[in-house]
Design a protein around this ligand. Sequence first.
Ligand code: CFM
Length: 552
Amino acid sequence: MAAKIDKNAAVVVETIDPNAVKQELLARYPTKVARKRAKQIVINKVSDDQSVPEIGSNSRAIPGIITQRGCSYAGCKGVVLGPTRDFVNLTHGPIGCGFYSWLTRRNQTRPPTAEDANFLPYCFSTDLQDEDIVFGGEKKLRAAIQEAYDIFKPKAISIFATCPVGLIGDDIHNVAKEMKEKLGINIFAFSCEGYKGVSQSAGHHIANNGIFKHVVGIEEEAAREGKFRVNMLGEYNIGGDGFEIDRITEKCGITTVATFSGNSTYDQFASAHTADLNAIMCHRSINYVAEMMEKKFGIPWIKINFIGANSAAKSLRKIAKYFQDPELTERVEAVIAEEMVEVEKVQAEVRARCEGKLAMLFVGGSRAHHYQELFAEIGMKTISAGYEFAHRDDYEGRRVLPDIKVDADSRNIEELVVNPDPDRYRPRKSAEQIEELSKMGFSFKDYEGMMPDMANGTLVIDDISQYETERMIEIYKPAIFCAGIKEKYAIQKKGVPMKQLHSYDSGGPYAGFKGAVNFYREIDRMVNCKVWSYLKAPWQTNPELAATYACE
Ligand code: CFM
């Protein structure tokens, strides 16, 4: 029996009781585990003031439960800094860490010419061996930095610690300092050992701190000039999303000074402080840089989202409103009108075949929210969603920030003390201008979170386990399940199409207007494909097989 939700009506109309589903998911766990999971499995209810129930998140995964989370190193090296093409990202650790964080999420880059540096095709690692663990790996690290320098002459080298490096106590920061003096290029290190924090989220924070401390603001000349200058924060160019966003913003006359960090370069980070606005796509992974840039340089930040055609349009309008320039506003409206022609055509065509179908989304720390919009545009309903490693503010909105308890795991991650730069702090808007904009409904430093955008009665599940994933599929039989490579084949074996929203499988871009069209078509193909109905083996539908002997 499929559940029916009506997103416009406040209440979920369905034949499946979400309370019963929750109880069923918990029933298999020992009492203590069930008590903890109960806080992380929430039946959504949006109040008139947009507040939602509290959800347990950003806490340690329970041993024994198969979590889909990644590690701190993955968040730091793989996610935030990995997509930058022209400095050497060197993994200090066993080869597996470097190898598995090397382009597996399909972050793309496009150097302007073949002569420009692009190190993404290389996987740099110190390849630690047993004897290095016993006798220390600093010597090997020094040698690797020297070798990378000799061969590639990069602008900078960043070093990433993996678990064993922290355990044996290699002083990577000291090696970085020493080699920086010796080679005369910027070399800096990240103590992002995999075990730091409870998930990759800790690694984001460590990456944000490091890039802010060592790179942002060290160059005064911006590589790109323009009238409306923004940084795109938390956009990693997976499957070419960033290219599509650049296409749209350029068409509108908006200049992207730096992207953190899809298709980015060292110089972009270094001159990012010259932009006039920080626009945040993925709040979870990069809000720290935005906050610090505001404090130090006076650049305000706003939340935007280019996933979903309507969201893309809204985001462009928000940027235009910030600049308060009639010409830009006009240009933005013209671009939206032009782009929406194709979008609306495909939307209508696909909607006819997808309307009312159910989707489940369990991804990272922002996409489980953003992609609900794309599904809604073709009439599909999100019956359940959750993040792997998000914090309460990503679920419930930044309004809950003061209520979030900081536990020992979060306290382990350094909070940088940032003050206004004595020479370079420059508020981009006066207090009056900010007030004026607020009166017009413009919100700075705000993110409402995923839950206020979801229907009542939907299940929001943090750090979903493999067991819960399988039960949810059996109970709701969604038309599509979105997650990552770890879940992919188990889901498909249940006869449900599965879309990877981390790497996009081999697809994308899905951002912006062209991306939306791609996504509609892709989902249409997937949810209306007959092949899933043939997945049952003959004996599952007809247990009595008859045969005769060829000769008696
Ligand atoms: Fe941000 Fe990301 Fe995500 Fe993320 Fe990620 Fe990713 Fe993700 Mo995979 S930065 S939180 S750590 S949007 S790699 S590009 S898809 S889990 S939802």
